[in-house]
Design a protein around this ligand. Structure first.
Ligand SMILES: Nc1ncnc2c1ncn2[C@@H]1O[C@H](COP(=O)(O)OP(=O)(O)OP(=O)(O)O)[C@@H](O)[C@H]1O
Ligand SMILES: [Mg+2]
Length: 239
């Protein structure tokens, strides 16, 4: 499904990602963990094809097609979506409008209610609200996640879907990811939360722009939680 081979990303003369190799199988959830500033969001932007994130070397294959040089909109049309770590504000656009433009084909109230229920938001209370300043950060994050389900993606990249979401609602995020999976999407989720890593099929630990460990979620989670402080990155690089 997604097959990344040795991508290196340089921005403003700084190497942000170094020879990242990673794959996500069809219908699988792959988790990316790693410390702040290690390159997780940069990897998400590189896969999505954001402007300024063309790798200097390496390839990105999606569904057997080389998408390394495709634009963001071409990748979106191929079925790749990204839920941003910091969701954008759209003043003047209602939640209903925002979710409706994410859906291909006809949108009905039942469909809107379904995706809002997944993020625990009442349609009555929220559909006519603007996706702007007046929504709280956590509410905007929820709308953003609902919009991903509306898009029926083949690959959903979720950049810290848990950030800004209260602890008791982490279970909503987990069930939303399971819905995406049940509907046939592959999910690449960047997270700091062990509960989310636990539901993955596999995981990778990224540190200083490099994948230092890939394997089972428990292996990666344990390594991250127990051995990354003090950082053992030199040791891992050497193995
Ligand atoms: N244009 C740039 N020039 C120099 N350094 C940059 C540039 N853009 C990003 N970086 C650096 O690249 C590194 C990776 O940033 P990125 O946002 O991908 O980290 P992250 O793992 O997502 O962190 P967080 O957990 O805080 O979200 C950071 O050290 C950041 O400062
Ligand atoms: Mg980030």
């Amino acid at each position: 499904m997604l097959d990344i081979q040795r991508i290196t990303l340089i921005r403003d003369g700084k190497e942000i990602l170094h020879e990242i190799t990673l794959s996500v199988g069809e219908g699988n959830i792959h988790c990316i963990v790693g410390p702040n500033g290690s390159g997780k969001s940069s990897l998400a932007y590189t896969i999505m094809g954001c402007s300024g994130y063309l790798p200097s070397s390496g390839t990105i294959e999606f569904n057997g097609q080389d998408v390394t040089h495709l634009s963001l909109s071409q990748r979106a049309a191929a079925g790749i979506t990204l839920a941003w770590q910091e969701p954008a504000r759209f003043e003047g656009l209602s939640v209903k409008d925002y979710l409706s433009i994410c859906q291909k084909g006809r949108v009905d109230d039942k469909g809107l209610a379904r995706v809002l229920a997944l993020v625990n938001m009442s349609p009555k209370r929220y559909l006519e609200r603007e996706v702007g300043e007046s929504l709280s950060g956590g509410e905007r994050k929820r709308v953003e996640l609902a919009s991903i389900v509306m898009m029926h993606p083949k690959l959903a990249i979720l950049d810290e879907p848990d950030s800004g979401i209260d602890v008791i609602s982490i279970k909503d995020i987990i069930s939303l990811m399971q819905v995406l999976k049940e509907e046939g999407a592959s999910v690449l989720v960047i997270t700091h939360r062990p509960e989310i890593v636990n539901i993955g099929d596999s995981a990778s630990l990224i540190c200083d722009g490099r994948i230092v460990l890939s394997g089972s979620t428990s292996q990666v989670s344990d390594h991250y939680l127990e051995r990354c402080r003090p950082c053992e990155v030199e040791t891992v690089h050497g193995t």
